[in-house]
Design a protein around this ligand. Structure first.
Ligand SMILES: Cc1cc2nc3c(=O)[nH]c(=O)nc-3n(C[C@H](O)[C@H](O)[C@H](O)COP(=O)(O)OP(=O)(O)OC[C@H]3O[C@@H](n4cnc5c(N)ncnc54)[C@H](O)[C@@H]3O)c2cc1C
Length: 426
């Protein structure tokens, strides 16, 4: 059986591993920490706006089991976010997701090596031959998936805030991130913020639930999502668009507090110093969870691989990328691109041409559109989630949003792609 090697065990890497196994390949996954699920351990919100379409298409494409697993951990249904008026947004228990996903990946027969970092790669012509691990050994494979997430040096952290979500996935003790394509001379792209400075700095602040006032803790656990107006003196309109250009001003005028299980999360909130947040009723004794505090705690999509519509790293025959490494974040985005990269890596390993999803599907159109946009300086400044911003607007314009399961199933069938990710290739 040909071997597919996956670097990184976040959502994208796990989805890639499941897809490559289903396609019939032997799969080895290297994860530098001792856990799977990556930065999604502090996500929680799924299925809003266009993400609803993404996950439905994925289901009809034969890659529905990952989302179904998260759905089984749903703790708050119909959590309406200010920027997700459509879809069926819900919050899942982020604390219970990793063990569930770990069981799925191991149960599928994926060989997972924890606390094993990929540090280099070796090429022959336009093919990747092997990856090098921290212990100096080289592991050869027939095809590779880079799912190592967003990359950016520690200088980025000191510039935008000390300590962030990346620390939660133990970036310092487990070593910095890397991109396989970068190691062998492939092209990488760097995102910029609206003001032209490097890197997308998203925002979200997690707080320990027990440090909220008992009445507020009880309320958020009961209702799932609260909109808490900030006192006038704490509203800083200069923060609109700092955290995420596509987030509306509701996220600066209010705390959008959600219960994601182990902690409560201030969705889309640009960090405010402790003495300020403690002026908000119910937050008098609050403690922010992030290890060193931060100016922004969701640093993402800094540097990623240039790739084609098959998610193949530009210039490389057998190297695919997924999730934030392919310029596609979000839980469902990492999942969708993960399935596709894993499936295509298996195809490559079996000597088959990679699959390109039809542009009649939102997932196919999204991958192609974002790829085109990333080729321009302006595109590198934009947000390309399915939930808001440029792609959500495009999805509506193209009429790709629908509430009908039948219509989505039909569109996948008409593209000749029903259950494509569930089919064994050989
Ligand atoms: C704080 C925060 C809140 C978020 N909230 C939401 C939300 O509510 N809803 C939503 O849809 N999205 C949310 N997102 C975005 C979403 O969680 C991410 O886009 C998605 O999980 C990224 O998955 P990934 O697999 O591409 O990358 P990552 O999760 O970063 O996974 C990469 C993995 O690769 C490993 N790795 C890195 N380098 C190496 C190496 N050299 N060798 C081996 N392993 C390596 C890492 O340890 C990690 O496990 C949030 C993100 C953050 C940071």
């Amino acid at each position: 059986m040909p071997k597919v090697i996956i670097a990184g065990g976040g959502i994208a890497g796990c989805a890639a591993a499941l897809a490559a196994r289903k396609a019939g390949a032997e799969v080895v996954l290297f994860e530098r920490t001792d856990m799977l699920f990556g930065v999604a351990v502090r996500s929680g919100e799924v299925n809003g706006n266009g993400w609803f379409i993404g996950q439905k298409e994925l289901r009809f494409l034969g890659g529905g089991e990952f989302f179904a697993a998260l759905e089984s951990l749903k703790i708050h249904d119909n959590a309406r976010f200010p920027d997700a008026p459509a879809g069926h947004p819900f919050i899942f228990h982020t604390g219970l997701a990793e063990p569930l996903v770990r069981r799925m990946v191991l149960g599928a027969g994926v060989e997972v090596h924890f606390e094993t970092r990929v540090v280099n790669a070796r090429k022959k012509g336009a093919r990747v031959e092997a990856v090098k691990l921290t212990d100096g050994s080289w592991v050869e494979g027939a095809a590779f998936v880079d799912a190592t997430g967003a990359r950016g040096g520690l200088s980025v952290c000191t510039r935008y805030g000390k300590g962030c979500m990346m620390c939660l996935v133990r970036c310092i003790p487990f070593g910095d991130r890397m991109g396989i394509a970068d190691k062998i001379g492939g092209r990488e792209l760097g995102r910029t913020r609206p003001d032209g400075t490097p890197g997308t700095v998203n925002s979200a602040v997690a707080v320990f639930k027990d440090t909220l006032a008992p009445w507020l803790k009880a309320k958020v656990e009961k209702e799932g999502l609260l909109r808490i107006p900030l006192p006038e003196s704490l509203i800083d309109t200069a923060k609109v668009g700092i955290g995420d250009a596509a987030r509306p001003k509701e996220f600066v005028e209010n705390i959008i507090l959600g219960d994601i299980g182990p902690v409560a999360k201030c969705f889309g909130m640009v960090y405010m110093p402790q003495e300020q947040i403690r002026k908000v009723p119910g937050f008098e004794n609050v403690q922010v969870e992030d290890p060193h505090r931060s100016s922004f705690n969701h640093i993402c999509n800094f540097v990623f691989s240039e790739r084609d519509t098959a998610l193949r790293a530009t210039g490389w025959e057998n190297l695919f990328c997924a999730g934030e490494r392919a310029g596609h974040g979000g839980v469902v985005g990492a999942m969708g691109t993960g399935y596709m990269a894993g499936h295509n890596a298996a195809r490559s390993a079996f000597g088959m041409e990679p699959l390109v999803l039809s542009a009649s599907l939102a997932l196919g159109d999204w991958i192609a559109f974002a790829g085109e946009q990333y080729a321009t300086a302006d595109g590198l400044k934009k947000h390309f989630g399915m939930g808001r911003g440029a792609y959500w607007e495009r999805m509506l314009k193209l009429g790709l949003y629908t509430e009908s399961d039948n219509a989505i199933e039909q569109r996948v069938a008409e593209a000749g792609l029903s259950n494509v990710f569930a089919r064994r290739l050989k």
